[in-house]
Every structure is written in C-alpha cells, then in structure tokens.
Ligand binder design. Structure first.
Ligand SMILES: [Mg+2]
Length: 182
C-alpha cells in the first residue's frame, strides 16, 4: 500500500532537473504540475524556471502540463506555457468524455497521464511526472505506471483546503518514507 505513495526521485528544485542525468535517463516525456511546482500558487513563471524548461526542450524532451486547474487558471496556464515551450496543457476537462464529470479525472487519477502518453506517442515507462504533492502527483504517476519526481512546494501559497487537509498528512508520509529533498 505504501509503495503507491513513494516517489521514484526527489530533487530540491525544478531548476535542478536539466542536470540530473540519473533522473532523465530513458525519459521521453516530462509532465509538470504547475501550482507549487513550476510556479508559486497561482503565480507566474520565473526566469530561472523558463531557463530550465528551455534546457529540457533543447535536449529533445517532450513536455506537457498535467494540472487539476480549471476555468481561468487553466486558460492562463495555456497562455503562459503553450508558447514558447510548445507544451500542451492537459486538465481534467481534456480527458472527460461527453456527459462525464471532469472532476473524476483529477489527480490522483492516472487519466491525464495516460492521455498525455498517448498524445505524445510514448510508453508510460518513459514518462516522468514532476510535482509537489504525493497524494496527487506521485500517486497518479504510480497508478499510471510512470515515474515521478517529487519536489518541495514552490512558494508559500496554497489553497486553504490543501493547506489544512493535505499538507500535514503529506509531511507525515514524507517522514514515514524517509523522503528528503537534499
Ligand atoms: Mg501542485
């Protein structure tokens, strides 16, 4: 049971990823969470993160966004990231069939990752999900059969619900699994 919570890799920042050959070996598609991972909560992309994305793109890696965001935030992600990085943004709405509730495809569902792998024509063992939450990003990757990279949350902001109900158990799980970001 506990294995579903265990990230494949950890790193201290997203900026460290382009230099981590150990993590990138065999990876064809890097799927990023946004809030708390690429940006602070509902923040903008910082220059250092843009540089890291450019470096990953220059290696020929496919990249995409897998976000539980909806509405305005999803649209602003498309504006912020669709160009110049050529990263498709997948949200629960992207994978919902007609008449289906998109919310059932939110992470920790593997649906968005399975869809992204198919769209990019890569196998799931070549997919790396990068995110800041075990209960969402890591579990969705493990369910999909993809790899995962857990990062510490970027910035201090959070949804109230996440701060109260999700961060404290995440900290306990990290402790129980002996996860460090160093
Ligand atoms: Mg996040």
């Amino acid at each position: 049971m506990v294995e579903i919570l265990r990230p494949t890799f950890t790193a201290p920042t997203v900026e460290a990823l382009p230099k981590r050959e150990d993590i990138l070996a065999g990876i064809q598609l890097v799927a990023f969470d946004v809030d708390g991972t690429l940006t602070e909560h509902h923040g903008q992309l910082e220059e250092s993160v843009k540089t890291a994305l450019n470096e990953l793109g220059a290696r020929g890696l496919n990249m995409c966004i897998i976000s539980n965001a909806y509405g305005d935030r999803a649209d602003s992600l498309r504006e912020m990231l669709g160009d110049p990085f050529d990263m498709p943004v997948f949200t629960p709405k992207s994978v919902a069939l007609l008449g289906e509730r998109p919310s059932k495809h939110r992470k920790p569902s593997p649906a968005m990752l399975l869809h992204a792998a198919k769209v990019h024509g890569v196998s799931l063992t070549g997919v790396l999900m990068v995110g800041d939450q075990i209960a969402k990003d890591v579990v969705s990757a493990n369910r999909a059969g993809a790899k995962s990279l857990l990062l510490p949350r970027r910035g201090k902001g959070d949804d109230l619900k996440v701060r109260i109900f999700q961060r404290p158990p995440e900290a306990l799980v990290r402790m129980a699994l002996g996860i460090r970001f160093g």
